[in-house]
Design a protein around this ligand. Structure first.
Ligand code: BTN
Length: 244
């Protein structure tokens, strides 16, 4: 049994994030609720990309009533990434690198294994965060120029998506406690230790330009800081995408 959240399961839905928004708009959500789908017909990724959503993969959104000050919202992205990393590292036993690509993609040996799309629904009556999570469990899409992988291929067995969700929820609530208890500095340090290409050269895209620089820091507001052409550039999640 899940400890804290209700669950609504769909065999097929367009997108669990979209359904979450609809349920919030209809005032049907009062407490943390997982919206889980076996299949999505219009799965959405960050930056208006599609998320290929085949049956057998983990496709879920956690609707979370926001119980902390809105200025900590960027940190939700940080703790979701840390939670997903911990959840996946519990089932992967080999020594290949498992990293968080800022802000919250999970890469195994430089191949994309999981992604997160957080969308907030803020209103005068109630604030919610919709934490959309996709883990390639049984399948991974073939995308030209990108490395992708799946959990079953890594661990050589069939993982159950509900087991992963249960484990993820427990870990996420532990991290939420830390967020509520003002442990941002520790969370950022932990994040940096797991961050893909930290202190290394990265290629990234901002304002339609491809640039190269060294990923030198993550700010206290969870922005990425890259040194490019001897200048430090600070960007938030909407302003940068990586070429990897
Ligand atoms: C990304 O890496 O671009 C984010 C992918 C997020 C995919 C998940 S699957 C469940 C939820 N519903 C969606 O439509 N998207 C998220």
């Amino acid at each position: 049994m899940l400890s804290k959240s209700a669950i609504i399961h769909y065999d097929v839905i367009d997108s669990t994030n979209l359904e979450s928004k609809r349920l919030i708009d209809k005032e049907k959500i009062f407490s943390p609720t997982w919206i889980i789908a076996s299949k999505q017909t219009a799965g959405r990724g960050r930056g208006d990309k599609k998320w290929v959503s085949q049956e057998g993969n983990l496709l879920a959104s956690l609707i979370l009533p926001i119980g902390f000050s809105l200025d900590r919202l960027p940190f939700l992205s940080c703790i979701v990434a840390l939670s997903l990393h911990q959840c996946i590292s519990k089932v992967i036993t080999d020594n290949k690198p498992l990293k968080i690509k800022w802000p919250n993609d999970i890469l195994y040996d430089d191949a994309k294994l999981a992604g997160v799309l957080i969308e907030n629904s803020l209103s005068q009556s109630k604030n919610f965060s919709i934490i959309g999570i996709g883990i390639n469990v049984a399948h991974h899409p073939i995308i030209e120029g990108k490395n992708t992988t799946s959990l079953n291929a890594i661990v050589q067995k069939n993982m159950k998506t509900m087991d992963l969700i249960k484990s993820l929820e427990i870990i996420l609530y532990e991290y939420l406690e830390k967020l509520i208890n003002n442990s941002e500095a520790l969370l950022i340090d932990e994040y940096k230790s797991k961050c893909w290409n930290y202190n290394k050269t990265v290629k990234f895209m901002t304002n339609d330009k491809v640039l190269e620089g060294i990923l030198i820091d993550i700010s206290k507001d969870f922005e990425i800081i890259i040194n490019a052409n001897n200048k430090n550039i600070k960007l938030n999640a909407g302003e940068l995408s990586f070429d990897y």
